[in-house]
Design a protein. Structure first.
Length: 363
């Protein structure tokens, strides 16, 4: 019998076989199907599309040796159960936001987005080059996982409100869908943070179960139809100056993969970490135009007084979190040290340029 093989497959097989002292992974002679649980609807613009792109990239780069089946939130498990599903082996990987898992460890918040914290470019620098990834792996390993950045919807909108916010007193008693540290800050100023998957926000706003909610910005918010349930659209989003998405993988599975297949997964995640923010930038502005000019949405800015008070509340929330748990304290120390360092150049470069651009465009 003649066995045909592609040049790529031959080279890959030869490279793996060269490590004669190492046992080959269990799947080396065949194919493996992987299940990806996600934190959002399947193929939903921006988020669900990103999940599918990652799955397709892994499947394509391995010539189908690894085949990833992507499940939207609720199809395999509910959005907030993806972590446990992957940790237990019921699913193989998840694509979601790490602050969904703050009930497991408060440290996970730092790998998604922090109120008044790092921008997307600063966050990438911390993760890739200044110890963030190593800390993330330390936190995740205790739950039987490993995770990588795999998308970013970048700076978030402030959210949708059914009343105007003129002072910090207007936040007292407010029920708002807002996850992560942002939710803790709302609690700190007298509101009530509510944690809901994105697919449940509209119904909660419409029914009055919540008074306000935020998701990701104009593009996603337009798709969910939040403008039909809330009148005021506020900016900027203090809660997430970046909003990183992550690809989490079962650690036993990860350790069973060849170095080549591990690299494929890493590169698929890294590719989406470039593609996904570009998707959002390409679609936010025109979506905002539709919201304002076709749906009559009222765009508002939070008063300076409100932002200052939210900033003070953030300091307390972060300090309390760091003091309550050694691992969170370790991550927080690294995060805040790099934020202080990176902010100096960001203020002299991007922030200064954007001010100059505004002046030039207005003249």
């Amino acid at each position: 019998m003649t066995i045909k093989t592609s040049r790529r497959a031959f080279l890959t097989t030869s490279a793996v076989a060269g490590a004669a002292s190492l046992a080959a992974p269990a799947y080396a002679q065949g194919k493996r199907s992987l299940k990806m649980a996600t934190g959002w609807p399947k193929k939903f613009p921006g988020l669900g599309v990103a999940s599918q792109r990652i799955g397709d990239a892994i499947t394509g780069a391995t010539d189908g040796r690894l085949t990833v089946e992507v499940f939207g939130a609720g199809e395999l498990v509910p959005a907030f159960e993806a972590f446990d599903a992957v940790a237990s082996g019921a699913a193989d990987m998840y694509h979601a936001a790490e602050y969904y898992w703050q009930g497991k460890s408060t440290a996970f918040n730092f790998f998604a987005g922090v109120p008044f914290g790092m921008t997307t470019s600063e966050h990438n620098a911390w993760i890739y080059h200044r110890g963030g990834q190593e800390l993330w792996e330390e936190v995740s390993a205790s739950f039987g996982l490993i995770a990588f950045m795999a998308g970013n919807s970048s700076a978030q909108a402030g959210g949708w409100f059914n009343k105007e916010i003129n002072s910090v007193d207007d936040l007292k008693g407010l029920k708002m869908r807002i996850p992560g540290f942002g939710g803790k800050v709302i609690d700190e100023v007298g509101g009530t943070a509510v944690t809901l998957p994105g697919g449940e926000i509209f119904t909660a706003l419409q029914s009055g179960a919540i008074d306000a909610g935020e998701m990701a910005g104009p593009w996603i918010d337009l798709g969910f139809g939040f403008y039909k349930a809330a009148k005021y659209f506020y900016n900027p989003g203090f809660q997430e100056p970046t909003s990183a998405e992550s690809l989490g993988v079962n650690l036993d599975l990860w350790n069973d993969l060849s170095a080549a297949d591990q690299q494929v997964i890493k590169l698929a995640a890294a590719q989406e970490n470039v593609m996904n923010p570009a998707d959002f930038i390409a679609n936010h502005s025109r979506s905002l135009d539709i919201l304002l000019n076709e749906h009559g949405v009222e765009l508002r800015s939070f008063p300076d007084e409100v932002m200052i008070e939210l900033g003070k509340a953030t300091e307390k929330v972060l300090a309390d979190a760091a003091a309550a748990d050694p691992m969170t304290g370790k991550v927080a120390e690294s995060y805040m040290a790099f934020l202080d360092e990176a902010a100096t150049w960001t203020e002299q470069s991007e922030q200064a340029y954007l001010r100059a651009r505004s002046l030039a465009r207005a003249s």
